[in-house]
Write a protein that binds this ligand. Structure first.
Ligand code: 13P
Ligand code: SF4
Length: 353
């Protein structure tokens, strides 16, 4: 990365000292992650966001929904800054609050809303987290989805779960971790009347999966898994649960980005791995572990384009603006949304394990 920008980032961070706390998701670029005080997956960053209540500014190197969650989980005087406001998440954008409310109305009309517990993946807007908080539900991340689903099923007799917005995480967790039959996982398409489901399909379902997915993890295919198994002796396939069910079925290990990192750190020298998650992280792992053979589980380049929007120029601009006394790109959640989203997030943080 540009040495002049690196020097400017160092100088601005030093000038701000304890006033600033920089959080970085594992999918961030190397040029940015080097300045993070804390790195982590979505769960760890949600837990660590409140670790420095004395810091005036929290610069969040990640995407919009993570910055919103950090704002909800930190003190009223702390300001959360997202260095580029265009760093959204295509998956989070697939569930809008008006669509979720319409869905709830349809479930009410079908006579089943009373037995439904809404669970939203962290990768969703604050108003959807608030919807879950208000309706007895919870937030989950890829590292605690199983525990969150167990909690949700325990909330009501014969409970059904409305899982938002990632159908793959919902299906992979329900089927592979909890033994729920695949045919009891139905997909709710918000663009169709009644989600495109019959009354019977809804009655029999235990998991109602929102029709959303991650455009990055959705690209990994079972065919490439087969090809790599045929060409790399003893390769182990390690994937994120946002991957399609057919890919996860063929994998050796599945888990959150933090799990992927720990697995590679613990792997013996000489072992071979093909990893299905965002490319910045896979490249960083390959560089940090030259004694292990690490391959990307796709034949094309596949960064998360919105994570990549936080680059060094934006980071420097954000820090230098703070030094100059202006607060750029502050992310704030309105108090009513914050109150209920916090309820759902606190239920998640209180889960065992
Ligand atoms: P985790 O950080 O929970 O592994 O999620 C990955 C992701 O896609 C974040 O956007
Ligand atoms: Fe969203 Fe997927 Fe990018 Fe994560 S990797 S921020 S889920 S688009």
């Amino acid at each position: 990365s540009d040495p002049d920008l690196v020097a400017r980032a160092q100088a601005a961070k030093a000038a701000l000292g304890e006033r600033v706390f920089v959080l970085g998701h594992h999918y961030q670029r190397d040029e940015v992650i080097q300045f993070a005080d804390v790195t982590g997956d979505s769960f760890k960053l949600a837990r660590d966001a409140a670790a420095r209540p004395d810091a005036e500014f929290i610069v969040f190197c990640g995407v919009h929904f993570m910055a919103e969650s950090a704002d909800i989980l930190t003190g009223p005087d702390q300001k959360v800054i997202l260095p580029d406001l265009a760093a959204g998440c295509s998956m989070a954008d697939m569930a809008r609050i008006f669509q979720v409310e319409k869905t709830w109305d349809a479930l009410t009309a079908a006579g089943i809303a009373d037995s439904v517990v809404p669970v939203t993946y962290m990768n969703s807007s604050a108003d959807i987290k608030a919807f879950c908080g208000r309706n007895g539900g919870v937030v989950c991340t890829s590292s605690n989805a199983e525990t969150a689903l167990e909690w949700a099923f325990d909330q009501k007799p014969d409970a059904k779960i409305l899982f938002l917005p990632d159908q793959h995480l919902g299906r992979n967790t329900a089927v592979l971790k909890m033994g729920i039959p695949l045919d009891q996982c139905v997909v709710w398409n918000p663009l169709k009347p009644n989600g495109g489901l019959t009354a019977e399909e809804l009655q029999n379902a235990r998991m109602i999966l929102w029709k959303g997915h991650c455009s990055v993890h959705g690209r990994f295919s079972p065919e490439v898994v087969d090809e790599l198994r045929a060409t790399i002796p003893d390769v182990q396939i390690l994937v994120h649960p946002e991957c399609q069910h057919e890919v996860v079925l063929k994998a050796d290990l599945v888990g959150s980005t933090e799990f992927i990192i720990q697995t590679i750190e613990a792997a013996p020298a000489g072992s071979s791995w093909a990893i299905g998650t965002e490319l910045n992280l896979v490249q960083r792992l390959a560089k940090a572990h030259p004694d292990k053979h690490i391959t990307f589980l796709d034949k094309t380049v596949c960064y998360c384009s919105t994570m990549n929007r936080i680059d060094l120029p934006h980071f420097v601009w954000a820090l230098e603006s703070l030094v100059a006394g202006t607060v750029p790109n502050q992310i704030t959640v309105d108090p009513e949304t914050e109150r209920w989203a916090l309820t759902a997030l606190e239920r998640m943080l209180a889960l065992p394990g």
